[in-house]
Design a protein around this ligand. Structure first.
Ligand SMILES: Nc1nc2c(ncn2[C@@H]2O[C@H](COP(=O)(O)OP(=O)(O)OP(=O)(O)O)[C@@H](O)[C@H]2O)c(=O)[nH]1
Ligand SMILES: [Mg+2]
Length: 349
């Protein structure tokens, strides 16, 4: 509406109570491909560099309100006002306030989905994700080769090639310390009791997914530095082969990076998994499901709760069929981002 360029934002790399030594912000273009973003989002959103500004000091401040009195209508009125030509002389408008963004977010989900498509990781991090995924596929192959060897004589060649590639499922186990504090409060406040899932509940529900064949490699996406439990590898059903970063032998990849980048690599690993299982109240999980839904639709497959074509996902915090997790799609025709960014137990299935 303002027909302006968004100055490239910085992203916080860490949590303040963790990694004090790595608190420095990371600019957008260190994580995502800047030029690619502008070309994919052309005509829709445009990012610019601070160095392109003629005058960096003269800035017009646009004060955003917060709280219940600040309505969607006021938001729009303010935008209309700032898009009149009396403000053209100001090269930069700085939006300030406690919630310096539109409240509540009122773009349709499919518009946000277009922006996420434009967020392509820079090569360095894409390659790290690729290394992790190759490792996951390799342990799967190793397992099936051993199985074939053990059965030698019993199976013919046709069967042995069938084993050569086994799928992987990524489970975003949101059971870290920061989450347990947050989700308990959220459950009390919202009077919903399907937000916090224990490790046991996750393991049990995942075991009941009927559409998953045995064997399957299970990659556990957890921020291990915030996890106070080293038993997440035990208790899984026979035929599910659980791995976290250490057992997979990829800790050295993640250890090089701050918090934000670690989760960005895992995001990519979850995005490309054959099956994804997450928590529908987690923003991290919800955005992965949004992108997986988008990928499924662009394959020409209508997202259906009853088939497993494309990129199926499940929410373990909501009970589904046969005591399994609930099948999960993003409702692309939703008119608010709320469900996706702040969590919900409505998972469209
Ligand atoms: N830091 C970190 N986070 C990881 C990793 N693997 C998965 N994650 C997930 O990435 C998310 C990072 O937390 P936040 O920075 O709070 O992200 P968020 O978008 O608010 O997501 P939620 O807190 O889950 O709603 C969490 O959901 C973590 O479980 C990892 O190796 N490191
Ligand atoms: Mg969070």
């Amino acid at each position: 509406m303002l027909n302006r360029t968004l100055l490239m934002p910085s992203l916080s790399a860490s949590l303040f109570y963790k990694e004090i030594d790595q608190l420095q912000p990371i600019s957008f273009d260190k994580v995502f491909q800047f030029r690619k973003f502008n070309s994919i989002c052309n005509g829709f959103v445009r990012l610019g560099q601070y160095s392109e500004l003629l005058n960096q000091t003269e800035v017009l401040e646009m004060q955003k309100g917060s709280g219940r009195k600040w309505t969607l209508a006021r938001d729009l009125d303010q935008l209309k006002e700032f898009s009149t030509n009396q403000y053209d002389q100001y090269e930069v408008i700085r939006i300030v306030g406690k919630h310096p963004f539109l409240w509540h977010d009122h773009w349709p989900i499919k518009d946000y989905a277009k922006i996420f498509e434009g967020l392509v990781l820079v090569d360095e991090f894409a390659k790290e994700a690729e290394r992790v995924i190759s490792k996951i596929r390799a342990v799967g192959r190793e397992f099936s080769d051993n199985q074939v060897l053990a059965k030698k004589g019993e199976v013919d060649n046709e069967d042995s090639t069938k084993f050569s590639s086994i799928p992987y499922m990524a489970v975003h186990m949101r059971i870290e310390k920061d989450w347990m504090i947050h989700c308990k409060k959220l459950e009390q406040r919202s009077n919903i009791n399907e937000i916090c899932s224990s490790k046991e509940e996750i393991i049990q529900r995942v075991a009941n997914i009927k559409a998953v064949n045995n064997p399957t490699v299970v990659y556990l996406a957890v921020a291990d530095s915030l996890l106070e439990d080293n038993t997440i590898l035990s208790g899984w059903k026979d035929g599910l082969l659980p791995f976290e970063k250490k057992k997979l032998g990829v800790s050295h990849i993640y250890d090089k990076y701050p918090y934000l980048i670690k989760s960005a690599i895992d995001y990519e690993v979850c995005l490309r998994a054959d099956v994804f299982v997450g928590n529908s109240f987690s923003t991290f999980s919800s955005l992965i499901v949004l992108e997986r839904t988008q990928k499924t639709i662009s394959m020409g497959v209508p997202s259906s709760c009853n088939n497993n074509v494309g990129w199926p996902s499940y929410a373990y915090n909501v009970m589904g069929d046969l005591d399994g997790p609930k099948k999960w799609f993003t409702n692309m025709s939703d008119t608010s981002l709320q469900a996706v960014s702040y969590g919900s137990n409505r998972v469209s299935c």
